[in-house]
Design a binder for this molecule. Structure first.
Ligand SMILES: *[C@@H]1O[C@H](CO)[C@@H](O)[C@H](O)[C@H]1NC(C)=O
Ligand SMILES: *[C@@H]1O[C@H](CO)[C@@H](O)[C@H](O)[C@H]1NC(C)=O
Ligand SMILES: *[C@@H]1O[C@H](CO)[C@@H](O)[C@H](O)[C@H]1NC(C)=O
Length: 319
């Protein structure tokens, strides 16, 4: 398995970037008025940005995270960008997007963030796909240095139930599907398969709550960890980007904290109909009511974000 994985360099995202600009995208512009405009910093260094790449990708692919870094540098001159690398090299960084214990990976990310002197005064964060929920875990578990604004681009904030499309080596993807089928909530699979750790089976809601070592924990499904809530509420803004034609995140509403109704795959509960929200278990209700939770819908497939939308996000939250 190891040998195969060594060849799993993050080429997958190539297809994403080449598809990215194909169509014109309309997106919801009503979110503007919610934004608390902060003062443009004059003379000061811009707030640095931390990126967490998605599944099948890695920190430094020139076509994916590399082009994001260039776009940030072009739009915000002088900005420091830290694209998280969670392995000794890009092969292991890619591999750990599939096979890892996410609690250990989040702890490693926290360590990298703490050790980067450029981030000591705080930073903004942008996570792609599963990187969206991983960075939320960083916000909840590691408040120092402070994360200011968090952008989740197609994240699976309430998990997934299905993997119709897996951006990676066929062998790897098939292995993961097999392991998920075998038992996503067995301790063996939980400990090793990243996607199992945000696998959310609406027909096994209780098992998910009890046995999911990552998502159920950060979503305070078992008990309420007040620290998580306190820390998430330190965010200035939390932006949730959903893709209206997402073929990878199932259900796509997970990007906005929606999910299947327990025991009923045919019904989607919107965020405000979930227990997570009504009981405000992690603070998203309070974030929303204080105008700091923002919903953005992009009319495209997974991670197909037009450049103009990114620039808009940077202007509103990163400047
Ligand atoms: C709550 O989360 C904090 C931060 O990760 C952790 O140190 C603490 O042990 C957690 N508390 C409980 C009761 O799990
Ligand atoms: C959820 O939010 C929508 C839109 O803001 C609203 O129409 C609906 O009544 C809300 N539902 C609940 C249960 O609060
Ligand atoms: C978020 O809060 C606003 C009020 O600040 C409310 O109108 C809106 O319905 C809330 N959204 C949801 C999804 O409940």
């Amino acid at each position: 398995m190891k040998i195969v994985l060594l060849f799993l360099i993050c080429l997958v995202s190539l297809s994403h970037s080449s598809r990215k600009h194909r169509r014109s995208h309309r997106y919801n512009e009503n979110w503007d008025h919610h934004v608390k405009h902060h003062h443009r910093r004059t003379g000061a260094m811009p707030v640095p940005v931390v990126l967490w790449h998605g599944m099948g990708d890695c920190c430094c692919n020139p076509m994916s995270m590399g082009s994001m870094i260039r776009l940030l540098e072009e739009q915000i001159p002088g900005i420091h960008v830290h694209s998280l690398k969670l392995g000794e090299n890009i092969a292991s960084d890619t591999e750990r997007g599939f096979f890892a214990n996410m609690n250990e990976m989040v702890a490693l990310a926290c360590k990298h963030i703490k050790e980067d002197p450029n981030l000591a005064q705080g930073y903004n964060a942008m996570g792609f796909s599963q990187g969206g929920q991983f960075l939320r875990a960083v916000a909840q578990r590691c408040p120092d240095p402070p994360m200011k604004n968090l952008i989740s681009v197609g994240g699976q904030q309430q998990g997934v139930f299905g993997m119709p499309y897996c951006p990676g080596d066929t062998f790897v993807c098939n292995s993961i599907r097999k392991l998920l089928d075998l038992g996503a909530y067995t301790s063996y699979v939980q400990d090793k398969v990243v996607q199992a750790q945000y696998w959310h089976d609406p027909y096994a809601e209780e098992e998910y709550k009890k046995k999911s070592i990552f998502l159920a924990d950060i979503n305070n499904e078992r008990e309420i960890n007040a620290t998580y809530k306190q820390n998430l509420l330190k965010l200035k803004n939390f932006v949730l980007v959903l893709f209206k034609r997402d073929s990878m995140v199932v259900p796509k509403e997970s990007a906005w904290f929606g999910f299947y109704k327990p025991g009923d795959e045919d019904t989607i509960l919107q965020m405000n109909e979930t227990r997570l929200y009504s009981e405000d278990r992690i603070g998203i209700k309070k974030l929303n009511e204080s105008g700091r939770l923002h919903f953005l819908a992009v009319d495209g497939d997974h991670l197909q974000v037009p450049r103009a939308v990114y620039i808009d996000i940077f202007n509103k939250f990163f400047k």
